[in-house]
Design a protein around this ligand. Sequence first.
Ligand SMILES: Nc1ncnc2c1ncn2[C@@H]1O[C@H](COP(=O)(O)OP(=O)(O)O)[C@@H](O)[C@H]1O
Ligand SMILES: [Mg+2]
Length: 594
Amino acid sequence: MEKQTGGLSIIRFFFNQNKLPLILLLVISILVGGLEAATVAAVYPILTTAFESGLNQSNFVLSVFQNTVKLLPVADQFIGYCILFIILAGLAFVTKIVSIRYRVTFGARLVEGQQKEIFSRLITADYQYFIDHKEGDIIYNTTVAPQGLTRLVTASTEFMSQLILSISVLLLLFSLSWQGTIAFIIMAIIYYVFTSYLSRRVAYISASLQVEAMRESNVILNETIGGIKQIKVFATAGDQVKKFSQTVRRVWSHFVRNHFWQQVLNPILMVVLYLFIGLVAISIRVINPGSFNTLIPVFGTFAFAVFRMVPIMGGIANATMQIVASLPNCETVHELLNERLSSIKDGHRELESFKTSIEFADVSFNYKGRKDILNKVSVYFEKGKTTAIVGRSGAGKSTIVSLILRLFDVDDGEIRIDGVNITECETRSWLGKIGFVSQETFIFNDTIRNNITFGSKYSDEEVVRAARYADADSFISRMPEGYDTPVGDKGMRLSGGQRQRIAVARAMIRNPEILIFDEATNALDNISEAAVQKAIDDISRDHTVIIIAHRLSTIVKSDKIIVMGDGRVLEEGTHRELMARRGAYHELYSSQGT
Ligand SMILES: Nc1ncnc2c1ncn2[C@@H]1O[C@H](COP(=O)(O)OP(=O)(O)O)[C@@H](O)[C@H]1O
Ligand SMILES: [Mg+2]
């Protein structure tokens, strides 16, 4: 419930972002309300003329219509009033249509804009953001949540026009019978208290709970698709179904609660009003037992206006509920648009080429809530050389690479590119120098060619050249449609070794000066590993290479081997030197029995 206090500030935020169209929308809405009210009022002179009671009545509304009808070139007063009624109804109709059209267009454009902005903010968000948030949540936040804004806009303009309409109609009622109007207002207040209680207790809570449950079901769905192989193999489909069913159950039970109360309000109001109109008729007769000629126009107009108030009040109550119900989603969008998603420093120094080295000087780094992941690490990667990083799982090898790739900022110490602090370098131009291949490769459902070019434009020769580097050209040529062979979802139609070689080709097509392989051959069988390893060895000859390898036999020829342990550098040197030391490396190497 505390969340609701933010409601006004959220509305203000979106209002400030779209001042002009929103003001226009409000003006149109007010116009719609005013014209509709005038149409209702136009019934009064019609009835008065019909019962020939106009002469002995003095009333503001009547005199306005009497003066207006004189402007029409019609002799018969009754017909004049009818024409006025038709004109007003027509005008109200046209403005209403214009307002609906404008509102829908504006609402759609608003959501479109928010979706684009959220997406482009997300894509530049820190890597940490994606670690911290669930995939399903992120998808929900970019697709569904912005739709809350349309709902908010629709509901608040509807609210405004209904409010103007109801005030105008109330004034009309007052001019007819102030006692009846007061009784009516009292009834309306009771009704308002009742509905706002419902909207707060029922609509807001059940809408939030529904949003929450929907998000959860998205998360489950996503995890299921992502982990389908595991789910099948571990035979946990039943558990997944149970989990999903429970959340979906929650979604729809909150839906029922929310929508039942939203829709039951109108029938309740109707029955109360019929009762009211009946009582007013009786009391007018009792208080004022005059001729029916004066009573009927007053009562007729009064009943008509009160009856017209039903949808108006229903509209106001509904709009209030809609506004409240749209707030949880608007809150999410508001947060996303204002939250700081990226804090990684980006420098201005453009790098033309990689000249000498990447140097870690006393670098310390921790993941959120962790300690001593990297502790004063000083290492040196030299241009043109192959440097291997080895160490037990969890030693911090991949973390070193993540820091080079600018996925995180160091906590302490400095990373220097050719002697310049990495935070001063332009991230884009730095990353443009690097090709990266990791253990898990992202292959999307498209052709081999498009998986290699990965969204950028390259010529056929460039694609083939990159594939040759990756030792992939031969297997691709043997595919049914060569480079245009579709690979299936997540590359399921390729073997692990083939997938990795496509990943190497993808890295090589950008002509990188530095190649980083993080356990690129880890998930492969011996034969595939040999193929990928051959590609890596070829590339090492004329590139700067950083290689993290699990199997030490693959890195013995490296120019330098860095041995990591518990976030620190334990030893470094060539294979020969390290073996001679009989330290951590020797132990690691011997334990692998290679
Ligand atoms: N995103 C993360 N958030 C929190 N801890 C992490 C994250 N990534 C890795 N770690 C932790 O950091 C340590 C080093 O991880 P990593 O560099 O991946 O090790 P290695 O690549 O040597 O196996 C491990 O203890 C791991 O649990
Ligand atoms: Mg790792």
